[in-house]
Design a protein around this ligand. Structure first.
Ligand SMILES: Nc1ncnc2c1ncn2[C@@H]1O[C@H](COP(=O)(O)OP(=O)(O)OP(=O)(O)O)[C@@H](O)[C@H]1O
Ligand SMILES: [Mg+2]
Length: 234
């Protein structure tokens, strides 16, 4: 099967060469585990190596900060790719505001409006790779979970129709549970985590689900270095 390489050293080998084309991957992890870096490497690889345009939808972090961090950590110039129209950053801010007619607080964007805008953005940029960082806030904002689940499935169908391979990040709080419904709708789930070996903290990556593909079932140590995320060969 054809694959979509992420360019992340060691990761593509874990999953038979890369992501399944048009699939939706959920990257779950605690704060600071490298989710944003993973997404940036995926889009950079697509744009710089494979001439595949990418869209980065950032719901909480400023686009400037993501670009700055990537330049600082990896030395990659995402802004240059943006100028060449190979990358598009979309800082999406959804707020709760008081609606004078309805006399209650309402969201500035509904889930169907959000889906429509995402699809319009894919069509106008001809994107083949897409990132939503993070979907946790979408999950928190919309109260009707059945509705967001069905809306997300419809949105993912839109990605598949257009041959877009996507990465969605989901935060796992340090303490307490997160809603895991998003894992059910994704085609693939990657977990980034940390563990302590004596007094040293190690980063570990596992692939817990991958539809239509074989994948490694091992726990893979990884590092974040000036070359980005590097999964250690077992
Ligand atoms: N040059 C570097 N060398 C080593 N580690 C680095 C370097 N630059 C960044 N890091 C690590 O990368 C982490 C940040 O990664 P990133 O922002 O991708 O995490 P995240 O999972 O998206 O976090 P959040 O949940 O807060 O959004 C930092 O916590 C830091 O440990
Ligand atoms: Mg992040």
């Amino acid at each position: 099967m054809e694959r979509v390489p992420t360019g992340i050293k060691g990761f593509d080998d874990m999953v038979e060469g890369g992501l399944v084309p048009s699939s939706v991957t959920i990257i779950g992890g605690h704060p600071g585990t490298g989710k944003t870096l993973f997404c940036s490497q995926f889009l950079y690889t697509g744009a710089a190596k494979y001439k595949e345009p990418g869209v980065y939808i950032t719901l909480e972090q400023r686009a400037e900060d993501i670009k700055y961090d990537v330049k600082d950590t990896l030395g990659w110039d995402l802004e240059e790719l943006e100028k060449k129209k190979m990358l598009t950053f979309w800082p999406l801010r959804i707020k709760r505001v008081f609606h004078p007619l309805e006399k209650k607080k309402v969201l500035t964007m509904s889930m169907p409006e959000l889906s429509k805008k995402v699809i319009e953005m894919i069509d106008s940029t001809k994107a083949k790779r897409l990132v939503i960082d993070s979907v946790s806030i979408i999950d928190m904002m919309f109260e009707d979970k059945f509705q967001i689940r069905s809306e997300l499935v419809a949105l993912f169908d839109g990605f598949k129709d257009r041959g877009v391979t996507s990465l969605l990040t989901a935060e796992i709080p340090e303490k307490g549970e997160r809603s895991e419904f998003i894992d059910f709708v994704g085609d693939m789930v990657i977990k980034l985590d940390t563990m302590y070996v004596r007094d040293e903290f190690r980063r570990i990556m596992t692939v817990t689900k991958m539809r239509r593909s074989e994948h490694s079932h091992f726990i893979h140590p990884y590092k974040i270095t000036k070359n980005g995320i590097e999964v250690t060969k077992l």
